[in-house]
Design a protein around this ligand. Structure first.
Ligand code: HEM
Length: 419
């Protein structure tokens, strides 16, 4: 165990995460400039049942995050990927919490399912789903944009990944995905402690996923679950249980990330209408850069963690075997050595370069669904801004979390679309 002194600007207390995001950005700036690799005491847990006994290294510079992410031989994912010790969550995380060779074989099989033909099919479904959701929202003229749109879109698309056609079952899966992501939200207190809230959601979601995986393996249809069930790499297939766990993982990986990103996109363009107008002058060619720049400014996942399996020198510090190492993507994305005016939205940035780390720092665990995530965000941008004219958004309610950069509520007003 490392005996390094804990740095000022401690990221561990919950009180720190309850402060406005601006304070977090200032703290990360200080750390980047003064202590790019720093030791912090055990994180204060959201649930008293979590046993966060160990401190951790915080890695905040873009180049260091990249270096750690691309060295899985030293920095393992198999010991957990969150700042908090959360074994209940991690058993649900399928191959995110594995290293090579198991990780490589899983990832190769799943990648086989993401053929251009399948991506195209998902894109058509995504556009249709977004259109239907905006058909409902646009005539209203006001409402909570999270409830009406940002939560609804990935929830419905995610249900279609499962191939769930039944309305009630789709709603059931959407509610469970929501519960899984918002386990620390007081709204779910009636179920029990945050850990119980989470366990309840994941076990029920796991049951649905397993049942559908079994059905798809017998009788494949045209959905992501069937494609993954059928996918083979060098003669290997996933078992039906593995497919089930993978789809429960997607409830978090695909749903919450896209949901919170879209809320941030709406807030960022509310503050920068000139840049939105610029994007819409040539949407097909500029939307990709716009989405990437929003993800740089507001990555939905603030960190992922690794554990060192051997000693390693980084930023003038010796990381010892067994130490936890936390990669702060939210900080790497605003590193002034990589991004000019890092705290400013600039949708033209990509013309030079925009190597943001919202999807990770590269390496074997880089987000597998990055294309799908961006596809959903672009479809939402198009439909919202072409139909909900003069959209104005109010203050965001930010989730209390050291992991998810989540937006729970965001009121909006717009000129109602005539039915
Ligand atoms: C804006 C949307 C999204 C963001 C910002 C995001 C971000 C991330 C990040 C930061 C990681 C971890 C990278 C690492 O540790 O190096 C990750 C992993 C992953 N993401 Fe995403 N994600 C998004 C959408 C999606 C979608 C839509 C899917 C699926 C359809 C998806 C599937 C996955 C999977 C399966 C992994 C684990 C990959 C592995 O361990 O090999 N993500 N994502």
């Amino acid at each position: 165990m490392t005996t390094t002194e804990t740095v000022d600007h401690n990221l561990s207390p919950l009180e720190f995460w309850a402060k406005p995001r601006q304070v977090h950005h200032e703290t990360f700036k200080w750390l980047r400039e003064n202590k790019p690799v720093s030791w912090h005491g055990p994180p204060e847990a959201l649930d008293p049942n979590l046993d966060n006994a160990q401190g951790y290294w915080s890695v905040v510079k873009h180049a260091d995050i990249r270096e750690v992410s691309r060295n899985p031989q030293v920095f393992s994912s198999a010991e957990g990927v969150f700042l908090d010790d959360f074994p209940q969550l991690e058993t649900m995380l399928s191959f995110i919490v594995t290293d090579a060779p198991r990780h490589t074989s899983f990832r190769n099989i799943i990648s086989v399912a993401f053929t251009p033909k399948h991506i195209k099919k998902v894109e058509e479904d995504t556009r249709r789903t977004v259109r239907e959701i905006i058909d409902h929202a646009a005539p209203l003229g006001e409402g909570d944009l999270c409830e009406l749109i940002t939560k609804e879109v990935p929830g419905r698309i995610f249900a279609s990944f499962f191939g769930i056609a039944d309305r009630d079952e789709r709603q059931y899966v959407m509610d469970l995905s929501e519960q899984m992501g918002a386990w620390s939200d007081p709204e779910y207190k009636h179920i029990g402690s945050p850990l119980q809230v989470f366990a309840d959601a994941t076990s029920r979601l796991g049951e649905v996923a397993l049942r559908h995986a079994k059905e798809r393996q017998k009788k494949p249809t045209e959905d992501l679950m069937s494609w993954v069930s059928q996918a083979q790499y060098e003669g290997e297939k996933m078992t039906v249980e593995e497919v089930g766990v993978f789809f429960a993982l997607l409830a978090g990986a695909a749903n919450d990330t896209t949901r919170h990103s879209m809320a941030h996109v709406l807030a960022l363009f509310d503050q920068h209408p000139d840049q939105l107008a610029y994007v819409f002058e040539d949407f097909d060619n500029r939307a990709d850069d716009a989405v990437n720049e929003c993800l740089r400014m507001e990555p939905p996942l603030m960190h992922f963690r690794r554990t060192a399996v051997s000693d390693y020198e980084l930023g003038g510090e010796t990381i010892k075997a067994g130490d936890k190492v936390v990669l702060w993507y939210i900080s790497g994305n605003r590193d002034g050595e990589v991004f000019e005016n890092p705290d400013t939205l600039d949708v033209t940035r990509a013309a030079k370069s925009n190597p943001h780390q919202a999807f990770g720092g590269g390496g074997p665990h880089y987000c597998l669904g990055n294309m799908l995530g961006k596809q959903m965000l672009k479809a939402e941008m198009w439909e919202i801004y072409t139909r909900m004219k003069d959209l104005k958004v109010g203050e965001r309610t930010i989730m209390l979390s050291n992991f998810m950069n989540g937006v729970m509520k965001m009121p909006g007003t717009w000129t109602p679309e005539k039915r």
